[in-house]
Design a binder for this molecule. Sequence first.
Ligand code: 7PJ
Length: 298
Amino acid sequence: MQSSPLSNAHHAVAQPLQCGRFRLSFERPLIMGILNVTPDSFSDGGRFVARDAALAQAADMIRDGADIIDIGGESTRPGAPPVPLDEELARVIPVIEALRSAGVPLSIDTYKPAVMRAALNAGADMVNDIWGLRREGAVDAVKDSTCGVCVMHMLGEPQTMQIHEPVYRDVVTEVREFFEERVRTLTSEGIALERICLDPGFGFGKSVIDHNYALLAHFAETRPSNLRVPLLAGMSRKSMLGAVTGRTQPAERVAASVAAAVCAAQRGAAIVRVHDVAATSDALKVWQAVRAAGNATQ
Ligand code: 7PJ
């Protein structure tokens, strides 16, 4: 028996992603390791402690199979306090400089155009923007580069989005329509289609169970139907996993996160954004072996 991976348009292999110094292809799902450079997560505080801890963690993630490192200097968790521009720069730029020769593409997780520009100057290969380049100056900050851009869907703003219950007519259709609009706008403003990947933004203005799990179940249908743009899924340790497992602490959600990453890969995710790289890498290897056996002519 043979089944082609191209037999269903939703499951076609994504087109390669131009990502600064790299051109990523998606014969297998790639792992984006999350690197938070936020001193408040370290008990002894301080920027240098945070920097050293981040570099050690990056080395671990690369050893464990991370294909991309996503560097963030401001927590974008719903309700988190904003970080001043200077502080965000002081956190992320030295880390980008130090990891520039690590051999993997570096992504900067920011919505601030000034951070995007500085990060690209320091050697970042990708801009990951929870605002989907919708804020003033964001398109200009990335336009003249060859960096990849991750365009995320978010309803409302991080400060308030989970306070008011999010309402959609049909969450999957609305996310897809948002992607269609962003792709149209960004390509018309000079960002090549091959630089774009799309992310439905789990947890960003979605009801904890209904909207998030509808998006996961129908993940592939969020992709504009005529396009083969790569999709990214970020569910690692999020509340949607705590809600169904009863795990109240994010660190207890590793197994749930791995399960979610496999579900997303199965539904066409080209990139999974995760904290737990080693566990995710093992699980995706098993899933790929199953897929390869299913595709082989027996
Ligand atoms: C996401 C992100 C996500 C993308 C965060 C957290 C919250 N960027 N940044 N997608 N989430 N592209 O990691 O829990 O889902 S911050």
